[in-house]
Design a protein around this ligand. Structure first.
Ligand SMILES: Cc1ncc(COP(=O)(O)O)c(C=O)c1O
Length: 389
């Protein structure tokens, strides 16, 4: 396995900061909002109630029931609490799903660009990552691409929509077709829905948890509270999968993390039960991300050599800088290095996401930071009049 590609940039940024420079960090993969106060209070309530001991490895009953009820209320999904398993973040949900399904030598389809952790988990399971190039369809995976990629060795497809790093969203109708194509060939699907609630209007939010039971037999949803309720440090997520897959994941988890923190489960269960307040909190975060996106993307497109489409979800701008490559810059990593060293602005090179020639800019940071970053980048690269990407 490899360490995260953002680490090197983060270390250089820290060194520049130590030297007294004002560094703008646009690598962050976490909301800049605090966890809503009422969720913090639920955690305190849980502690007061004495929820400080082990819980079942599947998660507390109140938690798994709350997941099932929340999905029913929000999406009309109908699955039972025994199909939901609490995990210590979305990452552990993905690990639980892959480690219980994959055998050494299995092929796993991963659309490019991908979140850095997907191929690492596949490697950990001694399986093979088989990448599907989606540039021809503007980074939106299609059922035809999946059909063309499936072979007898394919065991699993991992999908992440809204996507980190591209911000693209697969339309619900295409998602259904993709999953149906997999089910027809007996291929499992793991949908990483950690940005589920961050699709910008008028886009439609789609969870594969709402698919009919016979299709869900092949599907596992990996969910997370990290982005949804700005709870990255609390380490809590969940899977939604058929009962036998869930049982295997519970067994595995009983020998690893055991379960996520008891009073954190309680806080999340209460937040899901209080869906109106929770969804209002999500909506206000989404509105702020949208305001930043609407300002940032046109601004990026005024910078010489930058080309960026409008993200439909998550909080990342994925910028094509290939037109800058040549004598001055050999790779997008060189572009990112110049941004760091001359504009003290840290971004993530796309190579780690399987997209060399691109850089990822997170707008989970203040408008003020974004404006300063654009001013600095305009100075070093120069500007042109705004163009549609
Ligand atoms: C696509 C994607 N999936 C999963 C995660 C994991 O989130 P967590 O483990 O904090 O729930 C992240 C975090 O950045 C992510 O971007």
């Amino acid at each position: 396995m490899h360490t995260s590609s953002t680490l090197k940039a983060a270390q250089t940024a820290a060194a520049l900061r130590d030297e007294g420079h004002s560094v703008i960090d646009l690598t962050v993969g976490e909301p800049d909002f605090d966890t809503p106060q009422f969720i913090k209070e639920y955690a305190w309530e849980g502690l007061q109630k004495g929820l400080t001991k082990y819980t079942p490895s599947s998660g507390m009953k109140t938690f798994t029931h709350a997941v099932a009820d929340f999905y029913k209320g929000q999406f009309g999904a109908s699955f039972g609490p025994s199909e939901a398993v609490a995990s210590s973040g979305g990452k552990q949900a993905l690990f639980n799903a892959c480690c219980t399904l994959l055998n050494p030598g299995d092929d796993v389809l991963i659309p490019k660009p991908y979140w850095v952790t997907f191929p690492e988990i596949v490697t950990f399971c001694a399986a093979n990552s088989v990448f599907i190039d989606t540039e021809a369809t503007d980074f939106v995976l299609t059922a035809d691409q999946v059909k063309a990629a499936i072979t007898d060795k394919t065991k699993l497809l991992i999908i992440n929509s809204p996507s980190n790093p591209s911000g693209r969203v697969i339309p619900p109708s295409e998602m259904r077709k993709i999953i149906e194509a997999c089910v027809e060939r007996g291929v499992y699907v793991l949908t990483d829905e950690c940005y589920l609630f961050f699709a910008y209007p008028p886009g439609e939010v789609f969870t594969s948890a709402s698919l009919p039971a016979e299709v869900r037999e092949f599907v596992c949803v990996a969910g997370s509270f990290s982005k949804t309720f700005a709870m990255t440090g609390w380490r809590i997520g969940y899977t939604i999968a058929n009962e036998s897959w869930s049982k295997a994941m519970i067994k595995l988890q009983s020998h690893s993390a055991t379960h996520p923190t008891s009073f954190v489960q309680y806080a999340c269960a209460k937040a899901m039960e209080n869906a109106s307040e929770s969804m209002a909190a999500v909506q206000s975060m989404l509105a702020e991300y949208e305001r930043r996106r609407d300002w940032l993307i046109p601004a990026l497109n005024t910078i010489n050599g930058f080309k960026c489409g409008m993200p439909e979800g998550a909080f990342y701008a994925f910028v094509d800088v290939r037109s800058l490559l040549g004598d001055r810059f050999k790779t997008s990593a060189d572009v990112a290095d110049l941004m760091l060293n001359e504009a003290h602005t840290v971004v993530t090179d796309g190579t780690g996401f399987g997209a060399p020639g691109f850089i990822r800019i997170s707008y989970a940071t203040s408008m003020e930071n974004l404006q300063t970053a654009i001013e600095r980048l305009s100075k070093i690269f120069g500007t042109r009049s705004a163009t549609a990407a």
